[in-house]
Design a protein around this ligand. Structure first.
Ligand code: KIV
Ligand code: NA
Length: 264
């Protein structure tokens, strides 16, 4: 298998083939998902609330996300690696976005970057694209704007569907190579997908998108508790880990680990 490039995703869209994206934040998960043939690995700012212990994605900094990006980029042989620009590191101006994106490429080893926003981000998308940095956009529910959007809610219902479509078209015209749509009604996401030439990637946006993305801790059950409706659980990694830790603890306390075969 060859390295997945942005043009491969566009070609897959043209052929009507779907592709899969997952988050990854470290070396062994990146290697495993890469081995499984996941086309795109996103080092999401969701590391904030899935790795670093914060409640939302808002607190994570560029300096915190860069080492995770580097770990994933070093460990993925085939996947396209996307660096996710943290809140406050790109909204200020196209120049700020460019400087941050350069760090994700040079220090993080990312192949492209993702940023949140629609038509208000066209200046950023144009400058980055002109500078040789492929940009994935992210519209619909954008977690970094949780407080402006008034909480976790579906975007693009009813009359606001036209806003989603206009944002998607502005993003495409500005040069983005793909767009994530989060918590958008399935029929709206399908219409956007049909009207764009660049691939769309859905999360809570139905199966009419060209690709899908999930946060791996949600999908594979490392995180417990209430999950969003759009999450499908494929594994129970939390149970595997707690059972292994309990067995180890019991062995240590019973004196049965280490055994002679573990001893020099
Ligand atoms: O940070 C993230 O995990 C994301 C995906 C949910 C698209 O932005
Ligand atoms: Na994100």
């Amino acid at each position: 298998r060859k390295r997945v490039r942005t043009h491969h995703l566009r070609e897959m869209k043209e052929r009507g083939e779907k592709f899969a994206m997952l988050t990854a934040y470290d070396m062994y998960t990146a290697a495993a998902f890469d081995e499984a043939g996941i086309e795109v690995l996103l080092v999401g700012d969701s590391a904030s609330n899935n790795v670093l212990g914060n409640e939302t994605s808002i607190p994570i900094t560029v300096d915190e996300l860069l080492p995770l990006t580097r770990a994933v980029a070093r460990s993925a042989q085939h996947a396209l690696v996307v660096g996710d620009l943290p809140f406050g590191s790109y909204q200020g101006s196209p120049e700020q976005a460019y400087n941050t994106a350069v760090r994700f490429m040079k220090e993080g080893g990312a192949h492209c970057v993702k940023l949140e926003g629609g038509r208000e981000m066209t200046g950023q998308i144009e400058l980055l694209t002109r500078g040789g940095i492929p940009v994935m956009a992210h519209i619909g529910f954008t977690p970094q704007s949780e407080h402006a959007l008034g909480g976790y809610r579906v975007q693009g219902r009813g009359e606001t569907a036209q806003r989603i479509l206009a944002d998607a078209k502005a993003i495409e015209a500005a040069g983005a190579f793909a767009v994530v749509m989060e918590m958008v009604p399935g029929d709206v996401a399908a219409q956007v997908t049909a009207e764009l030439t660049i691939p769309t990637i859905g999360i809570g946006a139905g199966n009419g998108c060209d690709g899908q993305v999930l946060v791996w801790q949600d999908a594979f059950g490392l995180r417990t508790g209430k999950m969003a409706r759009f999450v499908k659980q494929y594994a129970d990694v939390h149970a595997v880990l707690t059972q292994a830790a309990e067995a180890y603890s019991a062995d240590v306390k019973a004196g049965t680990f280490p055994g002679p075969e573990h001893t020099f």
